[in-house]
Design a binder for this molecule. Structure first.
Ligand SMILES: C[S@@+](CC[C@H](N)C(=O)[O-])C[C@H]1O[C@@H](n2cnc3c(N)ncnc32)[C@H](O)[C@@H]1O
Length: 137
């Protein structure tokens, strides 16, 4: 479905609806990315401001997709995490193409995977965005 054909829904209402259901909305899949591990792609195009996904607890594997959204920097960023009630939700910050990976800024200044001296395996790059809760707006 093209961007224009989609009925515009209120993103906050949409996020509340899906957090009440406690399941992920449709239209996403998990992909493997080199040096990043798993990540989440949208399978449909999205509008800036759209509610995208829920991330209830990033510290544990809970089967939810929001837990698998990777960090992006600068122009890569296409979504933002916000606290809606007691639930962390992802919203688009720009139009997102079908098949694009969802990426948001975890909010730190440096990351182990960017360090030239870091040779830890992926599983040891334990950056947990939920620890940044106080930074969320
Ligand atoms: C919340 S998890 C995201 C899902 C993770 N890729 C996985 O497969 O479970 C955060 C972890 O993903 C990896 N990660 C996230 N963004 C990354 C990036 N831009 N480059 C490399 N690794 C990244 C790091 O290992 C980080 O500790």
């Amino acid at each position: 479905m093209s961007r224009k054909d989609r009925k515009r829904v209120n993103p906050i209402e949409e996020s509340r609806k899906w957090s009440e259901k406690n399941i992920d909305p449709p239209g996403f899949n998990i992909s493997l990315f080199e040096n990043k591990g798993r990540g989440v792609r949208t399978t449909v195009c999205r509008n800036a401001g759209d509610f995208l996904d829920l991330c209830v607890d990033a510290s544990e594997e809970d089967g939810r997709l929001g837990r698998l959204v990777n960090h992006g920097s600068k122009k890569e960023i296409n979504c933002k995490m916000k606290l809606i009630g007691e639930v962390l939700c992802l919203f688009g910050t720009r139009d997102i193409h079908e098949g694009e990976e969802l990426l948001y800024d975890y909010g730190l200044k440096s990351y182990p995977w960017n360090s030239k001296t870091n040779h830890l395996p992926l599983r040891d790059h334990s950056v947990c965005p939920i620890s940044l809760l106080h930074l969320l707006t």
